[in-house]
Ligand binder design. Structure first.
Ligand SMILES: [Zn+2]
Ligand SMILES: [Zn+2]
Ligand SMILES: [Zn+2]
Length: 337
């Protein structure tokens, strides 16, 4: 049964008992007190069990305990955002972002060198970021800036990471030692990439106890990804295994923020259900008091006229706007070309 359905039924049952208590006018006050005490006890127990369950579920869906901080997310092919093309500019003589920006604007004319600029933004470290419309545009811009302003600034292309793929239900006889070999030997399609062995690295493996198979996350070159995505599966001994894109997202179990794990956390304990200052197992709020700490935090910092996020969910929700925004940002750093 879905958690929401259970929540509703539980709340309805509590409401019924409460109705009986308040409807029994001549109920002895001792009985009334005992019944009220029992109701609040039920509430606490129910929420504690729910908290334990959610925590257990989130731990179970993760690869291995040592990667307990990694929440996986698998973008569908048509959900993969357009590749972004970003140039970073650093000042060589400790100028501010604003000064660097005006130097570039004064010296470089994007339309003259045929570069389409989408966005220009100051960075908190004193640098400037420019997003262009094409990869060639970014390359041209880097060249133009470094040629004309080499004594003042340094421009470089944003670093992109290699894509990751998840291979499902690999037979257990395929081990970490022979998995790459098996992929290459049995899948001719990959041989058009020279030295394809060097372009496949295993990141994690985890056992699916129900099916007695393994799921494996590999990191590959953009070319290998493209070749595999042409068929969306790999032949592995006697099986044909489904393959999907995979994006790793770090989320802290202590403060609920993205981008670091709890061992490196410098924040306070934040409850993923209600955003209170306690652990999930001590949470005792009901479903209509769910409050996402990340979306609430976003709302604190949006500029006037900016869009506020809905906060009535837990930080584990896949509908969370903060999660979706972070995921999009991570995807934009992956080389999907
Ligand atoms: Zn943290
Ligand atoms: Zn809480
Ligand atoms: Zn949220």
């Amino acid at each position: 049964m879905a958690t929401n359905e259970l929540d509703k039924r539980f709340e309805l049952a509590i409401k019924l008992i409460k109705g009986v208590i308040s409807g029994s006018g001549n109920l002895k006050s001792q009985f009334r007190n005992d019944l009220n005490k029992a109701v609040s006890e039920f509430n606490v127990i129910f929420n504690k069990q729910k908290g334990d369950l959610i925590k257990l579920k989130s731990e179970m869906s993760l690869p291995t305990p040592s990667y307990a901080h990694v929440a996986s997310t698998i973008p569908k092919e048509n959900n993969i955002p357009q590749a972004t093309h970003v140039v970073f500019i650093k000042s060589k003589d400790a100028k501010t972002s604003e000064e660097t920006k005006s130097t570039i604007k004064r010296t470089i004319n994007p339309s003259k060198i045929g570069v389409g600029v989408k966005k220009m933004k100051n960075l908190s470290n004193g640098g400037v970021m420019i997003e262009t419309t094409t990869k060639q545009g970014s390359e041209k811009l880097v060249e133009a800036i470094n040629n004309t302003l080499s004594n003042q600034v340094e421009a470089s292309l944003a670093k992109k990471f290699n894509p990751r793929l998840i291979i499902y239900n690999i037979p257990v006889e395929i081990t970490e030692q022979n998995v790459v070999q098996t992929i290459i030997e049995q899948n001719q399609i990959l041989h058009s990439e020279t030295n394809c062995k060097e372009h496949i690295t295993i990141k994690y493996m985890f056992i699916n106890k129900k099916t007695n198979t393994r799921n494996i996350i590999i990191e590959v070159s953009p070319t290998i990804r493209r070749l595999i995505k042409q068929q969306n599966h790999l032949k592995m001994v006697w099986s044909i295994c489904r393959v999907d894109d995979y994006v790793s997202i770090l989320k802290c179990f202590k403060c609920c923020k993205f981008g670091h794990k709890s061992a490196d956390c410098r924040g306070n304990q934040v409850c993923p259900i209600c955003s209170g200052n306690h652990e999930i197992k001590d949470c005792s709020v009901s479903i209509n008091q769910h409050n996402c700490a990340n979306c609430s935090n976003h709302n604190l910092y949006i500029k006037e006229g900016g869009r506020k996020y809905n906060t009535k969910h837990t930080t584990m929700s896949r509908d969370c706007e903060s999660f979706k925004t972070y995921k999009k940002m991570k995807e934009s750093q992956i080389n999907y070309e």
